[in-house]
Design a protein around this ligand. Structure first.
Ligand code: GUN
Length: 381
């Protein structure tokens, strides 16, 4: 197991001090200088499968990247000296990502996990040149012979959190601090609100976009503006515990997302929608070691143990915990789907008729707000 320090990164890939600053300024979208020529490839450790992880934000101690890191550590532990994993954190979704992936391949990595949506074009470009490396792109939709995409049904976790939110809001107004406006995030916002409305259909919701995955001060400001607007229970699709911390300071309630964030806000925390990437990472490494890696589009949810609402707060009534358990069981055995009609958008247009279940194509294209959410999705017609 190997982690890469900033200094080692400078040496390895010839970054200037300025581009390292760009590299470490997580979430920033600036284009970096043209990639430096790749250094000579280091010889891979004999017999070991080398695996690289590219992270968009710092690992931190909770959240999206932290959960990927737990998955990386879990496979390192499980496969022992059959594999050697490494990671680079805080890699912006820019030409820096391309440079880091080319360098990983140059270092002998034959399996590369690119763990943020915005890496998509860079994965495609590098994978097109390096056919002997297999790429796994989290949350993307473009595959190739050597590129698979994978995701977690985070919207199922958002719905379970919504059930709790619907019971705990006193203002009947819930809110979401949203990151980057892509269908995944819009789907999560809507699913959270649908969960809340399963308790009280009159619940309203507000959304504030920060347009970044990881930007704690902005996340905090967005949370503050939601609270000032009457929101008393918040969800977020950003990567840090800033929303929960703000909730704690302001005496309202919020959820952790991606990782268990309960420790950051003991009073505010209502539950954490926790992703577990380990089952998927284990499968991929097993396939690769067995020479059976193949491309595909994998989307695992509650049923596969990839997501769940954990650590529900003690003051949530038992009747509501039972409703969460019932929905979770339904997701597991297939008897319940979050996106079952009737579902209308916030202009009153019916998008799913009563009893109709959304298919994956519908789910992957969601770019509207459901009834009860204020405003419009950025960029939607
Ligand atoms: N990169 C960092 N966080 C996320 C996330 O929640 N979803 C996607 N698609 N990419 C991310």
């Amino acid at each position: 197991m190997r982690t890469v320090s900033k200094r080692a990164l400078i040496k390895m890939i010839g970054l200037s001090a300025m581009s390292v600053a760009v590299l470490t300024a997580c979430g920033k979208k600036e284009e970096a200088a043209a990639p430096a020529p790749a250094p000579a490839a280091a010889a891979p450790a004999a017999g070991k499968l080398k695996i690289g992880y590219v992270y968009v934000s710092p690992i931190g101690d909770g959240g999206w990247t932290f959960q990927h890191e737990l998955g990386r550590k879990a496979i390192q532990e499980k496969f022992g000296d059959k594999i050697e994993t490494s990671m680079v954190e805080s890699v912006p979704e820019s030409a820096d990502a391309e440079r880091v992936m080319r360098d990983m391949a140059g270092q002998g990595n034959k399996l590369i996990f690119a763990t943020s949506f915005g890496y998509q074009e860079f994965v495609q470009k590098v994978a097109g040149d390096l056919k002997d490396v297999n790429f796994e792109h989290a949350t993307g939709y473009k595959t190739a012979d050597n590129v698979a995409v994978y995701d977690t049904k985070t919207f199922e976790g958002a719905y379970l959190a919504g059930i709790v939110a619907g019971a705990m809001t006193k203002t009947r107004t819930v809110g979401v601090v949203a990151s980057v406006p892509i269908p995944e995030v819009v789907r999560n916002i809507n699913s959270f609100v649908l969960g809340a409305q399963s308790i009280d259909p009159s619940i309203k919701a507000k959304v504030v976009w920060v347009n970044e995955w990881f930007a704690p001060p902005k996340e905090s400001e967005a949370a503050t503006s939601l609270i000032n607007g009457g929101v008393d229970v918040m969800y977020q699709n950003t990567n840090s515990p800033a929303v929960l911390k703000t909730a704690e300071e302001r005496g309202v309630r919020a959820f952790g997302k991606d990782g268990d964030m309960s420790a950051f806000a003991p009073k505010a925390h209502l539950g954490s929608a926790v992703i577990d990437w380990t089952p998927y990472y284990t499968k991929v490494v097993e396939d690769k070691l067995a020479g059976k890696w193949q491309t595909g589009n994998f989307w695992w949810g509650v049923k596969e143990g990839a997501i769940d609402l954990k650590k529900i707060a003690d003051d949530v009534p038992q009747e509501i915990k039972d409703k969460v358990a019932k929905a979770r069981d339904g997701m597991k055995d297939g008897s319940f789907a979050v996106w079952t009609g009737p579902i209308k958008d916030n202009t009153g247009k019916e998008l799913l008729a009563a009893g109709a279940k959304a298919d994956d194509a519908f789910l992957r294209g969601i770019n509207f707000y459901v009834n009860g959410i204020e405003g419009t999705v950025p960029g939607a017609k």
